[in-house]
Design a protein around this ligand. Sequence first.
Ligand code: CP
Length: 326
Amino acid sequence: MITNLRGRDLIGDLDFSKEEVETVLDVAWDLKRKRALGEPHPLLRDKTLGMLFFFSSTRTRCSFEAGMAQLGGHAAFIESRTTQVAHGDTAKEIGEILGRYFDGIAIRHCDWKIGNQYLNWVAEASRTPVLNMQCDIYHPFQCLADLMTIQEKKGRDLRKKKIVVSWAYASSYLKPISVPQSLILQMPRFGMDVTLSYPPEFKLMPDIVEQAQAQARKYGTAFDIVHDMEAGFKDADVVYAKSWGPLLTTADPAEGKRLQDKHQDWITDAAKMKLAKPDAIYMHPLPADRDIEVTSEVMDGPQSVVFDQAENRLHAQKAVMALTMW
Ligand code: CP
């Protein structure tokens, strides 16, 4: 087991090697087992995590906060609008100062072309690890929980298993592109064949797609792009269908909404799930636009693993914190 993760940042999905991600998963399963047994595991006693949010959250905030308490430490919720971040604290100052108070700094900053840069600036100035709770480019902790869930449901050897990462229609807001980007980067390393499916206006960042294709070549897996939801779902073992904004096509929210509204038929429903393998699982990071992005029949049906997926956020995050913040 490789254990040189102490003090390391986790900002992009490829920051940890495949072997290091395997170590994270080993620890995550052990911590999940300990929690199931009621076995205390205060690996971060007296340690503190500062959690700085520029964007709303349910699962990420709650799972990091609960996770730190279960590890014997404390997590402080910091909201950008109610701190002096709103009045000029710079990223450098946040890294330097919060790095002196806390044993780790976790940040969610999803603003397009700003969030990832901000995290990297904080990390440059911080003496303690910076953990990415979602930026405009990556959502690495979601992806670790997703990988853990897929391995629980489909076995540790994922070679020849197909995941479709599909765009889906939503009406609520233009969601970040970080979840699909993290998935296409990480899943080839664990043997999965990836099909990325989206209407042409909803492409992902070209350099991320190139990196994902390079991972697929390195690990000998398939990587396909289609522009048809049904074609994407065909014979999939894992259906991961969610909405994201057309950020590479337009920066104008009104135009983005217009483009989104053109594709209201991109909903995950029972008929589309029938195109996948009979034992396919349905995944979504949540929140979803119910009966718009996915039918309640699918979301609440026997193929849906969304609650196990949400639970695994807790275990995967505790593993990374325990490995990086001691
Ligand atoms: N999946 C996810 O990151 O959920 P939240 O936005 O509620 O944190």
